[in-house]
Write a protein that binds this ligand. Sequence first.
Ligand SMILES: NC(=O)c1ccc[n+]([C@@H]2O[C@H](COP(=O)([O-])OP(=O)(O)OC[C@H]3O[C@@H](n4cnc5c(N)ncnc54)[C@H](OP(=O)(O)O)[C@@H]3O)[C@@H](O)[C@H]2O)c1
Length: 210
Amino acid sequence: MAKPRIAILGTGNMALALGKSIMAAGHFIAYGSRRPETKNDFHEAAGTESRIWGYQAAIDAGEIVIITLPYKEVAATARKFAESLSGKIVIDITNPFAAQPNNGQSGAQVTATAIGEDARVVAAFKTNFAATFEQPSDSTGEPREVHYAGDDEEAMTAVEELIKEIGFKPIDCGTLAEAVVLDHMVPLMIRLDATEHASSHKSSWRITAP
Ligand SMILES: NC(=O)c1ccc[n+]([C@@H]2O[C@H](COP(=O)([O-])OP(=O)(O)OC[C@H]3O[C@@H](n4cnc5c(N)ncnc54)[C@H](OP(=O)(O)O)[C@@H]3O)[C@@H](O)[C@H]2O)c1
């Protein structure tokens, strides 16, 4: 069976890290950019078999859409393209930081509300540093974990599969509402990476065996 085509909105650090990993796993990738005509260097780095288009064309080309924008852009973008995002699996990797507490909602819930009816949002990759994607196993040889959470069973299974395909270990963290915990883990992750690993940006979370 053909692997689902992936749209990635944004052409920054996480777009590049995720896009390269997912393309190496055999998926078609279309990046969505505000100014695709200026992204030649990114295109070289990402692999020229990928495509870089505007947001609408990228969304239309993807069966799964990954949002890798600054958090402040996410709700407005989801609202603007709601009709096209509705019914598609949308992976929200963005981190609200100062925009928390969102009235207690997770960032991914806010994204789902912006898309509206038939939103199928999964929160994932929020707690993984971009620099870790080139090395899916850590220095102990164990695969790094990816926390993911959502309400749509089929979307959760598709994201679980994607995480496995790029060599990481999926960790189901519950519902979209429960994804608020992942949002809060990110500032802690950055702090612990600084205090425990000299701001390597290459550390990752692990739940260990009892
Ligand atoms: N870096 C990490 O390790 C990491 C890890 C987990 C999650 N995240 C989250 O992932 C998201 C992306 O992070 P990133 O490090 O990849 O960020 P980044 O390098 O700054 O990339 C963000 C991309 O979003 C697009 N964009 C759209 N509107 C923008 C605006 N007003 N200002 C700047 N860029 C805009 C840009 O692509 P175009 O110019 O092509 O439009 C830009 O390349 C953030 O929400 C972050 O919290 C980051």
